[in-house]
Design a protein around this ligand. Sequence first.
Ligand code: MRU
Length: 348
Amino acid sequence: MRTVEWRDDRLFLVDQRKLPWKLEYLSLEGPDAVARAISDMAVRGAPAIGAAAAFGMALAARVALSDGLVGELLRERLQGAAEMLKSSRPTAVNLAWAVERQMRLAEKVGYSEPGALADALLAEAQRIADEDVEVNRRMGRYGADLIEDGFTILHHCNTGALATVDYGTALGVIRAAHEQGKRIHVLLDETRPRLQGARLSAWELKQLGIPFHIIADNAAGHFMRTGQVDLVLVGADRVAANGDVANKIGTYKLAVTARENGIPFYSVAPTSTIDLSIATGDDIPIEERDPAEVRTAFGHPIVPDDYPALNPAFDVTPHRYLTGIVTENGIAYPPFGVNLRRAVEGSL
Ligand code: MRU
């Protein structure tokens, strides 16, 4: 089953807050519930929230159809849903990319036949989901060439099937290398405060039979300096036109440490994550989440709740620290300003 799947007239999402202890699905019937699932991180990971939001737009059209809306009222309902879904998490550009793709389609189909519009938006959401899986497999094939037999790879956050519709970005590359028969070992940053590495990436690698160890985030530098890491692979939530990469908080520190130790550092990102309208990483909005996530370890208090805490969910890694960016159209190397544009146009 996919992380994001349409079945029985509803959207099913793996509830990632419950893993690794329970594999449970949420079943959603309206766009508000989808926006909530995204902001509460029941579904998370840039491509997964993009696909979920695309289905959220299809659900908005179905609810409007049953409410009897047509014409301008239908358009306003969809525009409202689009704004709500886009604002549910600000950093990952895939969310806005998928919602805007749905709005463009709605404008093309028109608002005079609500049934036809609802069908068109559902078919497009399905296409977005299917394309994501195909794109991940292509990135996997390109990226696997970077991995040699016997490599130890350091990975941050969760970028696997759970962060996408299926297969994964950086973990997809690791999976592709494993499927090619390469013997690899993965060091998984636990990724405080939400522990996506410890809870989700470890759960995925265990199922795939890929050897791993979870490490405390603070241990990554030690493993790099002592020669125990051959390659660092991370995902991306938004890549600016100059190659600056916004990704899970802690990525920047890893990139600087990798450079200091001469270790290649790659981001794996579909072209839907590349935002050519943003010149540099300084312009990427960084989500600030509830400080309570820092004061607790997944629900369990560490300190009293009146201790102040700060919780930026992402950081920006300047492009000079990136060895390359793996896309579904090939690996972009510096100068990123030229080569990312080529990747987006499909001509790397
Ligand atoms: O806050 P999250 O868990 O949604 O953050 C996820 C990441 O930062 C991933 O690295 C990114 O979305 C790319 S994964 C396909």
